[in-house]
Write a protein that binds this ligand. Structure first.
Ligand code: AMP
Ligand code: MG
Length: 406
């Protein structure tokens, strides 16, 4: 059996990243969740000019060294700078975001100023040079890389590009992913169940996670356990898609045709991965597409998608800035059952306890057919392969669910 890390390394080493030759330029408001295809260089300084961080008075320190009383000679508003001539012993009333009059070197808050009927203003304290001034280019400098190629365009990065006046961005193509479920027992949701049949969970969970990853999903439905139909469907799917994802039929039962068919039409490895849940997993290449075969049990299908397919999709999509889900130490609130041998991904609930520590409790049932366990949990409890039962109070590793499960 391979460890999860070994399987991941082998898989990622084989998968290519897309070439930026396939990039397309699109409008900013169409670009959310797309992957940036080129470094974006700022055409301007941000801020574009020195401006005030406060409502108050723009001053020259040299004037204040002579007298703390200055003549108010005009106003500078955001968008409407002071246009007048500067004379000695003067100040300009200035609002937040307004351009600093040339030669002024500090802003004094209006709360620290006293206005007089004769049009003068006095200040109690000498300001520090540069106080309450936002300097030109202190956020981003003209020519600086504002966003790197391989980053996802999000509600954080797109407004940044907008603030630079960039209206279009080069993005990589969305990955096309074909999905299909296998099994004579499967019925699509919306149809009645007859004896011995079950509803197809995996096509639904996989499709929704793929949509969160901004893939284009091609749904090939449910395949009955029939060798010929497998072959036809796999050939059709790999002609249309960059990646084909199936579920079920990857182990060695009498109705598990995935292996026979894929060995005939592609280069596929059938891996037993030392994780629980999720042992059988297939990975390889068909003529035109990559292939991932998930185990049939819905919990195993989700765990293997999350741990193996998610990073594979990041690589194939060119999302080089993708980060694996964060892992954190937490205290086990209760005893956890664990047999040494495989790395365990139990479903759990973490919270900050009264002592300010992260504490995690498993949800009751951990069977790989019990999908309800996910709804009650907010993290994986990741237990090392060699570890046995965990006592209450011991430290374990948790992995809070990322937004593909949100
Ligand atoms: P298999 O890997 O095909 O042997 O399936 C393992 C278990 O998962 C069996 O109990 C199947 O009925 C179940 N299963 C397979 N595919 C699905 C699916 N798409 N949705 C729900 N259960 C499934
Ligand atoms: Mg099956």
């Amino acid at each position: 059996m391979l460890s999860l890390d070994q399987a991941l390394n082998q898989m990622l080493a084989q998968l290519p990243s897309p070439s930026s030759a396939h990039a397309k330029i699109i409008k900013l408001d169409q670009a959310v969740n797309r992957i940036c295809a080129q470094d974006v260089v700022s055409p301007i300084n941000v801020p574009a000019f020195d401006n005030s961080a406060m409502d108050g008075y723009a001053v020259r320190l040299s004037d204040l060294h002579r007298s703390m009383r200055l003549n108010v000679i005009g106003k500078s508003f955001a968008g409407n700078p002071f246009q007048g001539e500067w004379s000695a012993q003067s100040t300009v009333r200035i609002m937040t975001g307004a351009m600093l009059p040339p030669g002024t070197d500090a802003v004094i808050m209006q709360e620290e100023a006293e206005c007089h009927a004769d049009g003068t203003v006095t200040f109690k304290q000498m300001p520090k040079a540069g106080q309450h001034i936002r300097r030109c280019g202190e956020d981003i400098k003209q020519g600086e890389v504002a966003l790197k190629s391989g980053e996802k365009l999000t509600a954080l990065s797109l407004p940044l590009l907008a603030s630079l006046g960039i209206a279009e961005v080069a993005v990589l193509p969305r990955l096309k992913v074909a999905i299909l479920s296998t099994g004579d027992e499967l019925v699509p949701v919306g149809q009645p169940l007859s004896t011995g049949k079950i509803y197809d969970t995996n096509r639904f969970s996989v499709k929704l996670m793929l949509e969160k990853l901004n893939c284009e999903v091609l749904d090939y439905g449910i395949l009955p356990d029939d060798e010929q139909q497998f072959e036809q469907a796999f050939i059709a799917a790999q002609q249309q898609a960059d990646l084909v994802i199936t579920s079920g039929g990857v182990s060695v039962g009498e109705a598990d045709f995935t292996k026979t068919v894929l060995e005939k039409i592609g280069r596929i490895n059938f891996w037993k991965i030392a994780i629980k849940p999720g042992k059988p997993f297939a990975f390889g290449k068909l003529e035109n597409a990559w292939f991932c075969g998930l185990p049939g049990n819905p919990v195993s299908a989700l765990v293997t998608f999350y741990q193996l397919v998610q990073p594979a999709i990041a690589k194939l999509s060119g999302h080089t800035a993708w980060q694996p889900p964060r892992r954190l130490p937490a205290v086990a609130a209760v005893k956890l059952k664990k047999a040494p041998g495989r790395q365990d991904f139990q479903r759990g609930n973490y919270r900050l306890n009264a002592q300010g520590q992260l504490e995690v409790a498993p949800i009751g049932f951990q069977g790989s057919h019990m999908f309800s366990s996910f709804v009650k949990s907010n993290c994986f409890i990741v237990l090392e392969a060699e570890r046995g039962d965990v006592g209450a109070g011991e430290t374990v590793t948790i992995e809070p669910f990322n937004d593909i499960l949100g």
